[in-house]
Design a protein around this ligand. Structure first.
Ligand code: PAF
Length: 308
């Protein structure tokens, strides 16, 4: 199988590095020429829960180098999904699958619109990873990945992907209800990401202070109300208990949104708390805590370079 990992951020680098342990043909695509050249020359170095190791991976900024792919794994930020899928059009063949494990709501819809729903495989991952610099990552937590097709079927490609991922040490399961999984992951991101970005605390500390505990609870409760009204079933019964458990399970991890803020990068806030705010308005459900988190993170983004 020819697998193309799109995006060399934390998650893309982790998946690309692990996948080089397989017998498959692995490519990493990064639209930034300098980053691509650096990784192509020096590889990816990983440190953390999976040990200290190096992976050599063919990396390019030129889509024309790759040829038709069997699988494209989209690892860009949600606000770049549209341009990434437009960019990879030349490598999409009749049977190419596109897998998104990205945070937030909207990626499946964007990819489906450009490439067709039959191509899309979606999922969630609990891998914890921090980008130290281009080509250098810290593997902070070894969580499971769950994948599924939109129609709930389990085509051969899905089983193949699961097998390849498991063989290289990326623990992967299949699900027939990917919608539940994506919304369940959203609840986790709603509770953790913005709050971590605003307070600059690692995940585990968010439940240690009265104030953050209360904000986390309110953000999650509001989001759970929206999900209930949408009649989406979550994969856990108690959303708050689940989010608190994730904080504990990923205690040293800096949430991806905190990593973005520390690097003065645009965040995925519109695809996480922003989704809850939009749906709250549409449904007439009050979501003040999510609105506050949205406004704060937007302000942080707008004031990069002006704040002390
Ligand atoms: O975005 C993230 O950082 C992760 O999805 C999670 C689960 C919140 C852990 O940090």
């Amino acid at each position: 199988m020819k697998i193309v990992v799109v995006g060399s951020g934390a998650m893309g680098s982790l998946f690309a590095a692990f996948l080089t342990k397989s017998k498959e043909e692995i490519w990493l695509l990064d639209k930034n020429k300098e980053n691509a050249a650096k990784i192509n020359a020096s590889g990816i170095s990983v440190e953390g829960v999976s040990g200290s190791w190096q992976a050599k991976v063919k990396t390019t900024a030129g889509i024309e180098d790759i040829g038709k792919a069997d699988l494209a794994l989209i690892c860009v930020k949600a606000f770049n999904t549209k341009s990434a899928v437009e960019q990879i059009k030349p490598i999409l063949g009749q049977n190419t699958k596109i897998l998104t494990l990205q945070n937030g709501i909207g990626n499946v819809e964007i990819i489906s619109e450009i490439a067709g729903e039959d191509k899309v495989i979606a999922g969630v991952t609990s891998q914890g990873v921090t980008l130290i610099e281009t080509g250098k990552i810290r593997h902070a937590g070894n969580g499971e990945t769950i994948i599924g097709s939109i129609d709930g079927k389990t085509p051969v490609e899905l089983r193949q992907i699961r097998e390849i991922f498991n063989k290289v040490g990326l623990e992967t399961k299949m699900s027939r209800d990917i919608k539940s999984l994506i919304w369940s992951k959203l609840i986790i991101n709603v509770g953790i990401n913005a709050l971590a970005a605003v307070t600059r605390l690692p995940n585990g500390r968010l439940t240690e202070y009265e104030g953050t505990k209360r904000i986390l609870r309110d953000a999650v409760t509001e989001a759970a109300r929206i999900v209930k009204r949408k009649r989406v079933k979550l994969v856990f019964d108690d959303p708050l208990a689940k989010v608190e458990a994730v904080c504990e399970g990923t205690s040293d991890n800096l949430s991806s949104m905190l990593q973005d803020v520390l690097r003065k990068k645009r965040t995925e806030i519109d695809f996480i708390n922003g989704v809850i705010v939009r749906l709250g308005q549409e449904m007439g459900i009050s979501v003040p805590t999510n609105k506050l988190l949205l406004d704060l993170v937007k302000t942080i983004e707008s004031s990069y370079g002006h704040s002390v």
